[in-house]
Design a protein around this ligand. Structure first.
Ligand code: NDP
Ligand code: GDR
Length: 361
């Protein structure tokens, strides 16, 4: 029997990698996307199989985590073996500006799916994965962080995800559902959203190199993160749903770098040496000609910051046999390579007198 998976947040970074991974495994994959005024399926367009509905193994449904009716309808129609709840307002800084919406989608969204499973009587049939986060550790109480480390959320995003984490465990214990949390540390890729710091850096430096942009403005460059590759991490999401018993796992590389280290690594990949000057809010980076190409902009500081995160993935290694394959250096190199290609395309467009695509944060 072909297994059926339902992915919320299929148009996002992880959703796209997971859909591709599950299709390769032979699954029928259903994805929930929300209605948008512009196309937002760039990351999954390559998975589209043509108009013949009967033979398609990749199917999209319109729905929204803030709309129970759509979730119940889709789950009833698909009767999935596995649900991966990846949809979220996932930007920590934005959550300070939209705290109520973030709670609605990220906290109550998980509850709505769990309730839909229960209302439809699928508790024993449908396995549930919740995209939990290292942001739960926030103001860290122990280093490195593992499954038993106490949480201390530091943003409306992390507070919402804390509710989703516990409601997943509660439904597992109350109703015997196979429901689990993957506590994932930061993971990136060439299709990472452009406003997360890694992608912002690789995209901006590539454009600066080609003269399409003057300067890269960042917030807290001392923040330290445990960065992995999204492609590695979605495999673990699947593995977590293939165990005999549902359990929660930390997924991380066990290695930590600062934002500034990431800038240096990306610049090196592009053959751009950066000379640093100052500290904290004065910090600036200059190129070989003495031109300032990286500077701090206080607009990107957060009201409460997560300064440092470092994961201990021992449990996942031992019980899931999971280890990350792609190194930090390979991740940076791949992201830089893809953003340089995109910048070259923009350069060509500009050379022919057209306005290149741009975005504003
Ligand atoms: P993205 O921001 O790239 O993708 C989020 C997805 O959720 C998009 O498809 C988005 O749709 C969708 N979405 C947002 N709000 C709603 C809503 N109300 N209803 C339906 N869909 C919605 O996130 P990632 O792929 O990076 O992350 C996946 C999940 O993992 C998220 O829950 C995130 O919080 C969590 N996580 C991510 C980590 C990371 O480092 N990447 C680490 C730990 C946890 P649209 O395309 O329309 O915006
Ligand atoms: P994070 O990722 O908040 O860890 O959440 P992000 O890349 O946004 O920030 C990482 C660190 O870099 C600092 N920073 C900046 N961040 C952004 N976005 N833009 C800047 O200009 C900038 N300058 C410095 C931040 O302050 C922070 O310390 C991500 C998301 O994917 C979440 O959904 C997920 O749960 C966590 O990772 C694990």
């Amino acid at each position: 029997m072909t297994k059926k998976a339902l992915i919320t947040g299929v148009t996002g970074q992880d959703g796209a990698y997971l859909a591709e991974f599950l299709l390769e495994k032979g699954y029928e994959v259903h994805g929930i996307k929300r209605r948008t005024s512009l196309f937002n399926t760039d990351r999954i367009d390559h998975l589209y199989e043509g108009p013949e509905v009967k033979t398609r193994r990749f199917v999209l449904h319109h729905g929204d985590l803030t709309d129970s009716s759509s979730l119940i309808r889709i789950i009833q129609q698909v009767q999935p073996d596995e649900i991966y709840n990846l949809a979220a307002q996932s930007h920590v800084a934005v959550s300070f500006e939209e705290p109520e919406y973030t709670a609605n989608s990220d906290a109550l969204g998980a509850l709505r799916i769990l309730e839909a499973i229960r209302i439809l009587g699928l508790e024993k049939q449908t396995r549930f994965y919740q995209a939990s986060t290292s942001e739960l550790f926030g103001l860290v109480q122990e280093t490195p962080q593992k499954e038993t480390t106490p949480f201390y959320p530091r943003s409306p995003y992390a507070c919402a995800k804390l509710y989703a984490y516990w409601i997943t465990i509660n439904y597992r214990e109350a109703y015997g559902m196979y429901a689990c949390n993957g506590i994932l540390f930061n993971h990136e890729s060439p299709v990472r959203g452009e406003t997360f710091v890694t992608r912002k850096i690789t995209r901006a430096l590539a454009r600066i190199k080609l003269g399409l942009q003057e300067c890269l403005f960042l917030g807290n460059m001392s923040a330290r993160r445990d960065w992995g590759h999204a492609k590695d991490y979605v495999e673990m999401q699947w593995l977590m749903l293939q165990q005999e018993q549902a359990e929660d796992f930390v997924i991380a590389t066990g290695v930590q770098y600062s934002v500034r280290d990431f800038v240096d690594a990306a610049a090196k990949e592009l053959g751009m040496a950066i000379r640093w000057d100052g500290q904290g809010i004065d910090e600036k980076g200059y190129d070989a000609k003495g031109k300032c190409i990286v500077a701090v902009d206080a607009r990107y500081f957060r009201p409460t910051e997560v300064e440092t995160l470092l994961g201990d993935p021992s449990k996942a290694k031992q019980k899931l046999g999971w280890t990350p394959r792609i190194s930090f250096a390979e991740l940076v190199a791949e992201m830089v390579r893809e953003d340089l290609k995109a910048a070259e395309r923009d350069e060509l467009v500009k050379k022919h007198g057209y306005k290149a695509m741009d975005y504003h944060e």
